[in-house]
Design a protein around this ligand. Structure first.
Ligand code: NAD
Length: 541
């Protein structure tokens, strides 16, 4: 494609440099007079963008500002993000993206990504061809039915693929031209949205499962045909859909589900780092999950894979993993057990009370994925502290109001002995004259690293072993000084380095498993690093 000229060039976010076009470029591309005479460099533009951001009074306004920047000058957008990831990740992704999704139809400026309506059945390939890039390597696709902890947000869910893919680039290093956000619009059952005149999606109840599955089949097949090197990341689908679609496609195409596998890997990373504090071996741990949905069973599956790699037999690994839901411990004699829970159903009497379960099962780690805020009360946390010198307490439910317990309570109720990490962020806590820093088990440690490894190696599949490797890579990046303050995840200020390290670990597995499309380079770390996107302007003349 030839470079556009004049105003068209200024409206092409991937090529636009705005005030940073130099004299020669202005002459060559018909830009004279279309820009002020002053010529900036990227750093000066960064300073201006920061000042404009500082003048905004809410995070949603900052989100809107950054979205507009992404739509006008992509390089500057990513330069802003990489300048301070700890500040900008929460603005382009959680928690601000949740608010942005709730108000998506109201804050809309310019459309981004592809909307695939189930009513276009039979025409998916045609729609994919409307995307201007021909070499797409990553699609993040959502049905918008389970957006973060916010439920069914219909077409408003598009904010999630957009945000996730920005992180693939900003912290993972995947060049943005290879990424495509997709929303499968199958209607919504959210009455508030259906009644909102500014809602932008299909105004109909959600399609039944058979219709959705047939459409996804057409979508996956069309992606293979149009973008044969593409990896599909399923994101924020309703739990049963997420589990079913992953099972259907994981061995057939290059794909993964971040809510299941990414969450699992980040939890495993937390456990591996926590063991450096507790001093235990992975093979000796016992895990009690409170909540037995897609996230919990995803973590349970990856933990059992990691335990097997420590030499445990399959059934021994599973006998150390306990799932508790609304009705108590999931046991084999329960009348109804979902297929994905069955591997972890225990051959023992039912227990309905969480404290009794802790006393009987003596878990070393308690992991909350129940969405029940405050479920780990003083009795529960106290029971963990009675059966462990250093109990691992991981309330992973989001948002903060759903968190099973706060960092402050976990430390207070264990006299500072808890090794704590949560799904939602908590500020540092003063306890017994020390400052303890709670970690956040954010999937952002994992999926950009998987993405970068898949991109760099041309991986044909995404395997569980790759997620175990990502988890190990992240845990290795936790320093002794992090552990000294109780922190079991690396700080987000240095996240790009963490992702690169994890991506190299994942890439090793891609080669070991024979899944790579390129020959193994002699220096894998240098090879991966050399392919990472760096936001800087390229000369056009
Ligand atoms: P889900 O709806 O599939 O599962 C929820 C589970 O909790 C179900 O098994 C349900 O039976 C159980 N549950 C509900 N009420 C309960 C009660 N009173 N007592 C015991 N069990 C109860 O949801 P999911 O996708 O598995 O996500 C669960 C939570 O995990 C959400 O809050 C989500 O935000 C969070 N999550 C966090 C991360 C992360 O921090 N990295 C990643 C994924 C999910």
């Amino acid at each position: 494609m030839s470079t556009p000229r004049g105003a068209s060039l200024l409206h092409e976010p991937r090529l636009n440099k705005s005030t940073a076009f130099n004299k020669d470029e202005r002459e060559a591309f018909g830009l004279l007079g279309l820009l002020p005479e002053g010529i900036d460099d990227l750093e000066t533009q960064l300073r201006r963008a920061m000042a404009q951001l500082d003048a905004k009074t809410t995070d949603l306004e900052r989100y809107i500002y950054l979205s507009q920047l992404q739509d006008t000058d992509e390089t500057l957008f990513y330069r802003v993000l990489v300048s301070d990831p700890a500040r900008f990740l929460p603005l382009v992704y959680t928690p601000t993206v949740g608010e942005a999704c709730l108000r998506f139809g109201h804050i809309m400026r310019r459309s981004r990504g592809l909307y695939l309506s189930v009513e276009r059945r039979g025409r998916v390939r045609e729609v994919l061809r409307n995307w201007p890039e021909r070499d797409v390597r990553f699609i993040v696709v959502t049905s918008g039915e389970r957006i973060l902890g916010l439920g069914d947000l219909g077409a408003n869910g598009m904010g999630i693929p957009i945000g996730k893919l920005s992180l693939y680039t900003a912290v993972g290093g995947v060049p943005p031209e290879y990424t495509l956000p997709v929303l499968v619009d199958s209607g919504t059952n959210n009455e508030t949205l259906l009644a909102d005149p500014l809602y932008l999606g299909l105004r109909r109840p959600r399609a039944p499962r058979e219709e959705l599955d047939a459409f996804v089949e057409e979508f996956v097949t069309a992606v293979q045909a149009e973008f044969p090197k593409c990896c599909i990341q399923f994101e924020d689908w309703a739990g049963p859909d997420a589990v079913r679609l992953l099972a259907r496609y994981r061995d057939r195409v290059c794909c993964f589900n971040d809510d299941i596998q990414g969450t699992a890997a980040v939890a495993l990373a937390g456990v591996l780092a926590a063991l450096r504090i507790t001093g235990g071996r992975l093979a000796d741990q016992r895990f009690l999950f409170f909540g037995a949905g897609s996230a919990a069973t995803g973590i349970a599956g990856l933990l059992s894979e990691a335990l097997r790699r420590e030499g445990l037999r399959d059934e021994d690994a599973r006998s150390r993993i306990f799932l508790v839901d609304r009705r108590g411990l999931i046991t084999r004699d329960r009348e109804t057990i979902a297929e994905y829970q069955r591997p972890f159903a225990q051959a023992r009497p039912a227990v309905t009370d969480l404290v009794t379960a802790i006393e009987e099962l003596r878990p070393t780690a308690l992991i909350g994925l129940s969405t029940v805020g405050g479920a780990f009360d003083r009795r529960v946390v106290g029971a963990m502290a009675r059966v462990n010198e250093r109990p691992m307490i991981f309330p992973f439910s989001n948002p903060t109001s759903h968190s099973e317990c706060s960092a402050e309570d976990a430390y207070a109720w264990t006299d500072g002995r808890a090794v704590f990490a949560s799904g939602s962020p908590y500020p540092p806590v003063r306890h017994g004259g020390r400052t303890l820093v709670p970690g956040q088990g954010n999937n952002v440690y994992i999926f950009p690293a998987i993405g970068m490894a898949v991109y760099a190696t041309g991986a044909r599949r995404v395997s569980d072993e790759m997620f175990v490797a990502a988890a190990r890579g992240v845990a290795e990046e936790v320093t002794q000084s992090d552990l000294d303050v109780g922190l079991i995840f690396p700080p987000t200020s240095s996240i790009a380095g963490t992702e690169l390290h994890a991506a190299v670990r994942v890439a090793e597995v891609v080669f070991d498993q024979g899944l790579a499309a390129v020959p193994r380079p002699p220096d894998l770390a240098a090879y991966v690093a050399a392919q990472a996107y760096v936001p800087r302007y390229r000369s056009l003349v």
